[in-house]
Design a protein around this ligand. Structure first.
Ligand code: Q0Z
Length: 298
């Protein structure tokens, strides 16, 4: 069990699997309600287990990538970022954001068929109520991105598919339509940009909020189009008909499932420590994704 950082001027609010939330503390000692500090750690999960050791620089790579995507998407949707002026201890891997009322829906869109979407297609010929052509296989590109929302389950539990009617009941018909349109537009834009740089984005999960005073429309929050919120695939290895290798986690998964690790996914036992070489190869993949997408040196 790891405990969170002590950040001067901030109070810890919440920790997820790989990120931590803090609230700034005002001069009166009270937390500032309209701002949050979002801190990305170097933690990595695979097969629902937290890996050890951590992946150096992963939090900074993902934070900088998310900030870059917010810029690429700024004509589509406003975002929650206020500032990157953050405590030195988390420099580069934290952002100060506007506190929003978060929508209680996981906004997911799929551009390629795999995972839960593939299972639903095989059973029903449709995904989230959208009829799809016959003959699609694992990894097939969809004619256009499909909105496949889920519930937001508590940490440790798994999210469940929601019908569009359930999203409308939760958010109202107008907001539901806007969340669907924006989520699909974000993934379409993501693939226009990433495809030209050798990365396919199979699917992505985004989070929206609204200003607590009810003014304005949807605001894109959290992280966006990172390998933690999306499935990134190397374009040159794309071959529909079987599961695609993950751009970022391939070395970790290959090692964990190899005889060398001595671990079995189905054992219920925690996985062994990652070898230094697997950690370094994985770090290099995160850096490579950042550099390919942004065209900048990490
Ligand atoms: C994001 C999360 C975690 C990082 C709440 N702008 C916002 N306003 C209100 N709430 C959030 C945001 Cl981004 C918010 N999360 C997910 C959990 C670390 C992000 F522990 N939860």
């Amino acid at each position: 069990m790891t405990t969170h950082l002590e950040l001067p001027g901030y109070a810890h609010v919440y920790s997820g699997k790989v990120r931590d939330l803090y609230a700034p503390v005002g001069p009166d000692g009270a937390t500032v309600p309209d701002q949050l500090l979002l801190v990305a750690s170097d933690r990595l999960s695979a097969y629902d287990w937290m890996m050890s050791p951590e992946i150096p620089d992963k939090g900074e790579v993902l934070t900088r990538l998310s900030l870059w995507w917010f810029d690429q998407l700024s004509d589509l949707v406003p975002n929650h970022v206020l500032s990157t002026d953050v405590p030195a201890a988390v420099a580069g891997r934290a952002v100060l954001v506007r506190t929003l009322d978060m929508l209680k829906v996981e906004a997911i869109a799929r551009a390629y068929l795999t995972g839960g979407g593939l299972e639903e297609y095989q059973a029903k010929g449709s995904v989230s109520g959208v009829a799809l052509p016959d003959g699609l296989v694992d990894g097939s590109r969809l004619p256009e991105p499909v909105f496949t929302p889920t519930t937001k389950a508590p940490v440790g539990e798994h999210d469940l598919p929601m019908t569009f009617a359930e999203v409308e009941a939760a958010l109202g018909a107008e907001a539901a339509a806007e969340v669907s349109r924006l989520t699909r537009a974000i993934l379409a834009r993501g693939n226009e940009i990433a495809g030209a740089r050798g990365i396919l984005i199979a699917d992505t999960k985004v989070e929206f909020g609204v200003a607590p005073d009810g003014s304005g429309g949807l605001v894109l929050a959290d992280e966006v189009l990172t390998p933690d919120s999306s499935r990134f695939w190397p374009a040159e290895l794309w071959e529909p008909g079987h599961p695609q290798p993950s751009f970022d986690k391939q070395y970790v998964r290959e090692w964990l499932t190899s005889a060398e690790s001595g671990w079995s996914k189905s054992s219920g036992e925690p996985p062994p420590e990652l070898p230094a070489q697997v950690v370094e190869q994985t770090r290099a993949k995160y850096v490579e994704a950042y550099e390919r997408l942004t065209g900048e040196t990490f």
